[in-house]
Design a protein around this ligand. Structure first.
Ligand code: ZN
Length: 281
């Protein structure tokens, strides 16, 4: 019924039936969903992954949108990680953000990141687009992931525009009496090359993400609540262009009706099972 179709040839017609277990013969354990997803990956000309906070949770990075968000429970991210907070009180901003840099910098990728790298290495995955700033896709060996919210890899001086790598930022942070990493040129506070609240997403990264999603036969949405725009709109591009959207995340998303495949298990288990089904185990 689901034959291996060339690029752009998927036609799932009635999306409601695709998402309804009764018509798909899907068992509760999701085994058939997984087999079907593996089949879609094999048949697709272009597979793209879109990842969110959920893929980093097994690496010990809490999702601030979920309860038990650790660091984020004691502070309001909308206030401390806001561009206005950086501009008005960089010392306070860095007293929070410096801790975040230190915490994130020590985290390691998990089996879900590695499964995507294995897929990419064999040509089954074209690219990874991520909302995460934690660099875990890079650390796992992903080839040039598209970090639409930036990353902690570097900071930039808003005035001089020079980019400073993470290791340097850490040294300057520790060496500054106020705990603020500063520009060597103008002594002004460096800004993380992370998209803060109140800032626009980097246009080039977003344009590339849009292009990839439009051209994807299969978009794997992994560990994202798909609620934060404009990233949340990316699966709509894939769907509108005739591609299949697979949602692999435990929590609910606003795009359930769009999902051609829906997996709800632990993200590491699901992706390792997918890699196994693809012969990459
Ligand atoms: Zn400067």
């Amino acid at each position: 019924m689901l034959d291996v179709a060339p690029k752009g040839a998927y036609d799932h017609g009635d999306t409601d039936s695709a998402a309804t277990p009764a018509t798909g013969g899907v068992d509760r354990a999701g085994t058939n969903d997984l087999a079907r997803l593996a089949e879609l990956v094999r048949g697709a000309g272009s597979v793209v992954a879109l990842t969110g906070a959920g893929i980093s949770v097994p690496s010990g990075i809490p999702d601030f949108r979920s309860p038990g968000g650790g660091l984020w429970e004691t502070v309001d991210p909308m206030r401390v990680a806001h561009i206005d907070a950086f501009r008005s009180d960089p010392v306070r901003f860095w007293s929070f953000y410096g801790e975040r840099f230190a915490t994130l910098g020590a985290k390691q990728p998990n089996g879900a990141h590695r499964a995507l790298v294995a897929m990419e290495a064999t040509g089954m995955l074209e690219a990874v687009i991520t909302q995460n700033i934690d660099m875990l896709h890079r650390k796992a060996g992903a080839r040039d992931p598209i970090e639409v919210h930036g990353s902690i890899a570097s900071c930039r001086c808003p005035r001089c525009a020079g980019s400073v790598p993470l290791a340097q930022v850490r040294m300057r942070l520790q060496g500054d009496p106020d705990g603020v990493p500063r520009c060597e040129g103008c002594r002004g506070p460096l800004k993380p090359e992370v998209v803060l609240f109140g800032e626009l997403l980097p246009e080039r990264a977003l344009a590339r993400a849009r292009e990839l999603c439009e051209g994807a036969d299969l978009l794997l949405c992994i560990g994202s609540s798909l609620e934060v725009h404009p990233v949340a709109g990316l699966p709509l591009l894939t769907h509108a262009a005739g591609g299949t959207v697979a949602i692999i995340t435990q929590g609910p998303t606003p795009l359930e009706e769009l999902a051609g495949v829906r997996l709800r298990g632990d993200v590491v288990d699901e992706l390792q099972a997918l890699a196994g089904a693809l012969g990459l185990g």
